[in-house]
Design a protein around this ligand. Structure first.
Ligand code: BGC
Length: 775
């Protein structure tokens, strides 16, 4: 835990430069536009510890797997998001001395991430050799309007002397990944050109042949006048640069504008890469920094229009939720169905930038509510496109039918290799099915099912039908040898959540099947033919649903996380001495596995997903049993607990859990923010406000709200898109006002009262007292 950032409603602000915080800030102040992303590395060289990170979405590397004991079924590679060409670099010399914040005195340092308009800035005074002081101001952004464009404005002013300023903007493809398994560099040069007006560099990955061209052009201004300069050009392997020298008087500001286009072979033919980059670059330069910045601010204003949350009376909470929403919108823009959301987005290398179940379980609700439904649909289509690979994956593991989606993937293939997770954490298949239900339930867009969804559901169901086995001893179907969401238990039998989500998937698949049969018989016939679906299969699915085994403890009347869970010694977390926590840094794996401690929501994950099927008493009994032994050592954990605590009227607990998720990165709560921000859990933070405090659900085509307001807040409001309408929900101490900002009327329910919010209309309801905690 580290709190060094200034509270502000719209910006993240760091005052004063402490190198010890630099890598944390590099993560937090990252910028991105769904197409590329950039850690907050300095433009000028920096001799201190730093994690360089320039990422291009979808450009990855299949790094050769490194494991101790090889298991059949492991993938040959682990995919990695690539640190690619450093396009922000500008070396600076002041009267011959290199500007490097690790090697000079730094005064008045302020770094700001402006979330309202989508830019990063930095200003400071550097005291160089001989006491020469320069003021530096840098601002940069990656355009959310022109996805391939990044722009930097970099100004240096000599404060107490007149002298020579030298600038060298460059493109450097000679970069590496910190997590490279064999210290290998992943890029080779294809071509380059350094020229006074425009330079470019094309590099390609050693495997898979991803090509990236970065093109740069720059202007230098003094007194508002563009200078005519003849840059000294330099080239070396995977590197181009252009150096200019400018005489500056005391107090005279010299500004360099650097424009860059980064284009990849994912979007352009190889021969067209350099021309495409050049064209985009010249158009951006022609528009100029101020115009690009204005476009950026306008585009962000539109994003905030559909996604902002306003909290009155708590700046820290306000800043935190905006930070979470901002980072989610920086990571995924939804216009490319080949892309997805890595747990660290564009803010670091950890988790390889790959796709996890986090997307379906946590991120889909955010994009469903805050953007056009096509965006969440694209996340679903991503998995549809990977269906063949998921079938291959199941075959590889010995299944005759069905699809097992990978735990971790870039292109649909499994690229993770820890047997207890890769082979056993199969509940992920359920989340993928659940996201289809969630999408259809939220949007009402049933066409998705006949077009794409049913095929995925049927293949996942086939997997479950083969993965269960009938236990003669129990007279029930069981699922053996799994890891549930709680990764602090491995290779268990009958993880309640896995059994439940498996049976639910079969149930939903049958529901969709019957619906298609009755209402879209032609589509059904075509799909049944394509899938070679037999009646006996559906009968088997029903038999499994009716006879699934669920571990349960009669005495406590709770679902058991897995067979034998109660053999463990149950000691609440708050009875552990604080030095034991976090367990994953202090205990051996063996000790963790034998303990009762739960990494993240497991039974409760099921009670959250299938919330409509369980009454409050059941939720309460299970929450009361499991929450005290949960250590929340996955960032995905506190948000679900916050949501269920809200339902149960556990206000303090809900707020405690909310705080733990909301400022996780800003306050470096888990002491790991330097690796990157926890992007997927940020969607969980959004969920804990909208579904937790707002109580939002969609039931029978109605948007249901059951808000309560944390005692620390005066009011809060959030926006949701719902079936063509955009609603702003304002919650105060005593009222709930829902304003429809569109012409499309919306059916909503507030507590138990139904309303239609007409075109541009508004409805108001009394706020009920917060639900009392059940006794
Ligand atoms: C969690 C998983 C999650 C992964 C990526 C792990 O720590 O236990 O549920 O998918 O992180 O966020």
């Amino acid at each position: 835990m580290k709190q060094y950032l200034k509270e502000d409603a719209w910006s993240i602000i760091e005052e004063g430069f402490d190198p010890a915080n630099h890598e944390i800030s590099e993560s937090i102040f990252s910028i991105g536009n769904g197409y590329m992303g950039q850690r907050a590395n300095f433009e000028e060289r920096y001799g201190g510890p730093s994690l360089q990170g320039s990422y291009m979405a979808g450009v990855y590397y299949p790094d050769k797997t490194r494991v101790g004991w090889w298991k059949n079924g492991y993938p040959e590679y682990f995919a990695k998001v690539l640190n690619s060409t450093n396009w922000i670099g500008i070396d600076v010399w002041v009267d011959g001395a290199a500007l490097d914040l690790a090697a000079c005195e730094v005064k008045d340092f302020v770094r700001e991430l402006n979330m309202k308009e989508g830019w990063l800035s930095r200003r400071f005074t550097a005291v160089l050799e001989g006491g020469k002081e320069v003021a530096v101001e840098a601002k940069r952004f990656v355009s959310v309007v022109r996805h391939e464009i990044g722009a930097i404005r970099y100004t240096v002013t000599p404060l107490n002397f007149s002298g020579e300023l030298r600038f060298m903007p460059y493109l450097d493809g000679d970069v590496k990944n910190k997590d490279s398994n064999y210290e290998e560099k992943f890029w080779v040069e294809v071509e380059k050109k350094a020229a006074a007006d425009l330079s470019y560099l094309t590099v390609k990955t050693k495997k898979l042949d991803f090509h990236v061209t970065s093109a740069m052009a720059f202007d230098v201004l003094k007194d508002g006048q563009t200078l005519e300069l003849s840059p000294a050009l330099s080239e070396r392997e995977k590197y181009v640069a252009a150096e200019v020298a400018v005489q500056a008087g005391q107090g005279e500001a010299v500004t360099l504008y650097k424009y860059v286009a980064n284009v990849t072979s994912r979007d352009h033919g190889l021969a067209a890469l350099a021309p495409a980059g050049t064209k985009l670059l010249l158009a951006a330069k022609e528009a100029g920094f101020d115009v690009l910045l204005r476009e950026q601010a306008e585009a962000w204003a539109e994003k905030w229009q559909t996604s902002d949350i306003i909290i009155e009376g708590d700046v820290s909470a306000q800043q935190a939720i905006r930070f979470n929403i901002f980072q989610l919108n920086q990571t995924y823009s939804g216009d490319d169905d080949r892309l997805n959301i890595g747990p660290k987005g564009f803010t670091g290398e950890k988790y390889g930038g790959s796709t996890y179940w986090d997307t379906e379980a946590y991120c889909v609700p955010f994009y469903l509510s805050t953007a056009d439904s096509g965006i969440a649909r694209n996340l679903l289509i991503y998995r549809y496109k990977h269906l063949e690979k998921a079938k291959e994956n199941a075959r590889k593991l010995g299944f005759s039918k069905g699809a097992l989606y990978p735990m971790v993937t870039m292109n649909g293939e499994e690229c993770h290799n820890e047997w207890e997770i890769t082979f056993e954490e199969i509940h992920r298949n359920g989340a993928i099915a659940y996201a289809i239900f969630n999408y259809v339930n939220y949007t009402g867009d049933k066409s998705y099912l006949s077009q794409y969804g049913f095929e995925v559901l049927a293949e996942i169901s086939r997997f479950w039908a083969e993965r269960v086995n009938f236990s003669a001893a129990k007279g029930k179907y069981v699922i053996l040898g799994v890891t549930g969401p709680n990764e602090y238990e491995n290779n268990v039998n009958n993880n309640w959540y896995t059994n439940r989500i498996a049976a639910w998937t079969l149930e939903y698949t049958l529901e969709v099947l019957n619906d298609l049969k009755n209402n879209e018989p032609d589509h059904y016939e075509a799909l049944a033919g394509k899938l070679n679906l037999q009646d006996e299969e559906a009968q088997k699915w029903q038999h499994i649903i009716d006879n699934m085994y669920y571990p349960y403890d009669e005495e406590r009347d709770v679902f058991l996380q897995q067979d034998g869970f109660l053999d463990k010694e149950i000691v609440p977390v708050n009875e552990l001495a604080p030095e034991h926590l976090p367990l994953n840094q202090n205990w051996s794996w063996d000790r963790i596995l034998r303990s009762c401690y739960i990494k993240q929501a497991d039974v409760l994950q099921g009670l959250y997903f299938l919330g409509d099927r369980y009454d409050l008493e059941t939720k309460k009994r299970n929450f009361d049993f499991y929450e005290p032994i949960t250590v929340h050592e996955s960032s995905l954990s506190p948000c679900l607990h916050a949501i269920i605590a809200c339902e149960l009227g556990y206000q303090e607990k809900a707020y405690e859990m909310y705080l733990r998720t909301a400022r996780l990165d800003l306050d470096n709560y888990n002491n790991d923010t330097e690796d990157g921000c926890h992007i997927t859990s940020m969607a969980g933070t959004w969920m804990s406000i909208v579904q937790g405090f707002g109580g939002l659900r969609v039931q029978s085509g109605e948007l249901v709200l059951r808000p309560f307001i944390p005692s620390h807040w005066k009011s809060f409001s959030f926006k949701v898109m719902f079936r063509g309408s955009r609603l702003q929900v304002n919650v105060t101490e005593d009222s709930i006002i829902v304003v429809n900002e569109t012409d499309v009327p919306a059916a909503i329910r507030i507590y138990d009262q139904s309303f239609t919010v007409g075109a541009m209309g508004e409805v108001q309801a009394q706020r009920s007292a917060a639900p009392a905690a059940l006794s």
